[in-house]
Design a protein around this ligand. Structure first.
Ligand code: BYC
Length: 313
């Protein structure tokens, strides 16, 4: 088929809400767009283990430790599903990691902020996983089959993560005045970076046009951010905390909250690698990757040996 016809058939399939599968024909730009987004999503899951991993040894109880450990292990699993989904598009794991290590591939800005105390574990679970769920529920309907199916499972786990964070915040908010202050300060620290997770305003988002046309994204950055705000402000009120935005006000006519502006200069600095923890996060990942080389080598050698045994038999 001519490219124009193929393109029309491809778009028609998407418009009929049929999934695109790895062996189907797809335009090179669609493939490239997906590799970028899915791999950045995978990197976010894996790099996102670092700020929380920092608190495993200092969890305040055995229960809190077990729950946090389970959550962080889930994030590793999410990374694996997503790397596998990206690999179905014809890129290798080595290339994906090379892009992360060279700075070509991004990961979510939020993970370049430090986690200063236990209350930050609550705020991260509640707000960061909460923002991720809003985005990922929408991505369950993405047009690429492996990404969409990965999202269904990830969303189930993510909702437990959000609850573990909210539980920490609720417990601290009704604890001693000092604990309540810690919870409020964690909310103050993480609120604005969490809003940045949804990306730039739609008018400044170069990838949204194609993403919406190809149904890779089902809602825009601003639509998802607004959904998150509308849910979360009320959750804060229930536990007696206040979001740090003096302009936050319920708009009766629109049926949603009006809110203040993100510091976009800070956001862009973090995205460009100049956030408080960018260097530390990448350094740590490279070190763990280098130190794990012998495990990968041993696993590959074992697989090869099994394969040659099968061939002999
Ligand atoms: N941070 O045109 P735009 C988790 C980049 S982890 C960094 O709007 P797009 C968890 C963007 O990549 C879940 N970069 O892009 C894990 C683009 O640059 P490139 C994380 C950002 O793709 C552990 C440029 O800015 N979730 O839940 O249409 C513990 C222009 O942006 C950011 C995902 O990854 C940012 N915040 O929309 C706890 C969701 N925002 O690539 C929790 C999947 C924008 O052209 N990803 N940029 O060089 C998406 O939904 C979309 O890719 C985004 C951006 C909404 C993030």
């Amino acid at each position: 088929m001519e490219d124009v016809e193929r393109l029309e058939a491809f778009q028609a399939k998407i418009d009929r809400e049929e999934k695109i599968e790895p062996k189907d024909w797809m335009p090179a730009e669609y493939r490239k767009h997906l590799i970028r987004q899915i791999s950045q999503h995978a990197h976010s899951e894996v790099i996102g283990m670092q700020p929380e991993g920092n608190w495993i040894t200092r969890a305040p109880s055995l229960r809190a430790k077990v729950v946090l450990l389970a959550k962080i292990q889930d994030e590793a699993g999410h990374g694996l599903y997503l790397y596998c989904a990206a690999e179905t598009l014809g890129i290798s794991r080595e290339e994906l990691l090379e892009q992360l290590h060279s700075g070509k591939a991004k990961y979510s800005s939020i993970f370049n902020y430090p986690t200063l105390n236990w209350a930050d574990m609550g705020a991260v679970g509640w707000l960061v996983d909460g923002a991720a769920i809003v985005n990922q529920v929408s991505l369950q309907r993405t047009s690429f089959g492996p990404y969409s199916r990965g999202m269904v499972r990830i969303c189930k786990e993510e909702s437990f993560h959000q609850r573990q964070g909210y539980e920490i915040m609720a417990t601290m908010a009704k604890g001693t005045p000092e604990q309540k202050r810690m919870a409020q300060e964690a909310l103050d620290r993480i609120w604005w970076p969490a809003l940045g997770m949804f990306g730039p305003h739609d008018k400044d988002s170069p990838n949204t046009g194609n993403a919406m046309k190809w149904k890779i994204k089902r809602e825009t950055n601003d639509e998802l951010r607004q959904k998150f705000i509308d849910k979360t402000v009320q959750q804060a009120e229930v536990i007696g905390l206040t979001v740090p935005d003096p302009d936050m006000k319920w708009n009766e006519d629109k049926g949603q909250y009006d809110h203040g502006e993100i510091d976009w200069e800070e956001f862009m600095n973090v995205v460009r690698g100049k956030g408080p923890c960018n260097a530390q996060r990448l350094e740590h990942h490279k070190k763990a990757h280098d130190e794990g080389r012998w495990v990968r080598d041993a696993a590959t050698a074992y697989a090869k040996k099994q394969q040659s045994k099968k061939q002999v038999a």
